[in-house]
Design a protein around this ligand. Structure first.
Ligand code: ATP
Ligand code: MG
Length: 420
């Protein structure tokens, strides 16, 4: 492997002097983004030549919240780790072979990766060579808006035209789209992740054609990967156009033939939350259990999808008794989600939120207290009284339910003895 991780080959860096002296940032932001980030400052103290890269730069420029800050450094990974440790920073060798270490400061992890260039690709993974060349590192990144880097002084370096594309809302591959997709077919789905989030212009003809032509390569991706990307795409504030394009180009049917794009627009227009599982529940034209199994959804995602699909849709015409019945049997959140899918008006959700949670006031021991022997009959009686309670709109209180229990059990009403 042509990793340049032999310490003998690590160049000696003189911090602060030659940080790409011949390189001029395309833009200098003042104040520098993240200037108040104390943890990041400690990393920059240890690695003055490091730059923030990828999504954090893009989102900072857009004024969006930044969750993860990734950095790149012209130092080889071992040298970067050494400099961090020398500054008293904990280093976890999370991906040394790919050039990545994670620095942990104030319990936050920062991924710091050596600059790389690809020397070989196989449609998903690349063999990389470490380099000191920022431009080479930018050119191996997927999209121009993801290829920006930011130094400590607020200098933004733009090797691929990302600043202009960010302004235009254009998700554009770095280099030739067909080539970049053949290097790594995951980039097809990544395209739709970023198009759904940042795209305000449609892709050009060459990009569309490359996305379409790459579809057979999607079969190389694991289903976990596909679902991870699909989930991200469907988490965007407004994925309607991005997913419509995915469907039009044949990418959606290739990765998730169970999903149709059409219901997304109605959900958006109704103001439904940007919730990927709610969206899948609306888009799914197939058995949800089979879908969850095929794409290996997490247990939480699967359970929620199955629950959503099994929950009836509350209707605007339902009176309060009908809504209380639903609330007695189903989760309030699921009923609200169903109302989004059904296109119900906001007023229905307000009513669902305002109604108190009905709780059936009897338990098995109330049946036993009547002198009934433990056994299946206890459950049957309780079930029958609960059915009566539901039929009445789930409002009967404990003493009314006890009276009904006594009536159904053919024993004298216990209400006289019951103190509660
Ligand atoms: P997000 O906010 O969704 O995390 P991100 O830009 O941080 O967006 P990541 O998947 O975390 O996306 O990747 C970080 C960066 O690494 C990207 O911005 C991009 O520069 C580069 N990158 C990641 N995956 C690829 C890939 N498959 N091909 C090329 N570059 C990639
Ligand atoms: Mg990221």
């Amino acid at each position: 492997m042509p990793h340049r991780d032999d310490p003998a080959m690590i160049p000696t860096m003189t911090p602060a002097t030659a940080p790409a002296a011949n390189e001029v940032p395309a833009l200098r932001l003042s104040p520098p983004p993240f200037a108040g980030d104390v943890a990041l400052s400690r990393i920059w103290d240890a690695l003055p030549l490091a730059r923030v890269v990828g999504g954090a730069v893009r989102d900072a420029l857009l004024g969006l919240p930044v969750a993860d800050i990734d950095l790149a450094t012209p130092l080889a990974p071992e040298a970067a780790a050494e400099a961090l440790r020398a500054a008293g920073i904990k280093v976890v060798p999370t991906g040394l072979a790919h050039g990545t270490v994670t620095a942990v400061v104030d319990r936050r992890g920062f991924e710091i990766t050596a600059l790389r260039r690809d020397v070989e690709t196989d449609g998903r993974h690349a063999v990389v060579l470490f380099t000191e060349d920022w431009r080479a590192d930018a050119m191996r990144r997927d999209f121009t808006i993801n290829a920006l880097s930011l130094d400590r002084d607020g200098g933004v370096y733009d090797y691929a035209g990302g600043l202009g594309d960010l302004k235009a809302g254009l998700v554009r591959f770095v280099g030739d789209p067909a080539t970049r997709i053949r290097e790594d077919y995951l980039r097809i789905l990544r395209f739709f992740r970023f198009q759904s989030r940042y795209g305000r212009s449609p892709p050009d003809a060459a990009t569309r054609e490359a996305l379409r032509a790459g579809i057979p390569g999607l079969a190389r991706l694991s289903v976990e990967r596909v679902w991870m990307e699909l989930r991200r795409i469907l988490s965007a504030a407004d994925p309607v156009d991005g997913v419509a394009l995915m469907a039009e180009l044949g990418v959606l049917p290739a990765v998730a033939p169970e999903l149709s794009a059409a219901p997304l627009a109605a959900l958006r227009d109704a103001g439904a939350p940007a919730d990927p599982i709610l969206r899948v529940a609306a888009m799914l034209d197939a058995d949800p259990a089979g879908f969850a199994e095929r794409l290996k959804l997490s247990n939480d995602d699967r359970d929620r999808l199955l629950r959503l699909r099994a929950t009836p849709a509350p209707k605007p015409a339902d009176d309060d008794a009908a809504l209380r019945r639903l609330l007695a049997d189903y989760r309030r959140d699921d009923l609200i989600d169903r109302s989004w899918i059904a296109g119900a008006p906001e007023r229905l959700r307000q009513r669902l939120v305002a109604l108190p949670q009905p709780v059936f006031p009897l338990m098995g021991k109330d049946v036993l207290a009547l002198g009934k022997a433990p056994g299946p009959a206890v459950g049957r009686l309780l079930y029958a009284v609960r059915a009566w309670w539901l039929a009445g709109g789930a409002v009967a209180d404990r003493s009314a339910c006890l009276a009904e229990l006594a009536r159904q059990a053919c024993v004298p009403s216990p209400s006289a003895q019951d103190g509660s």
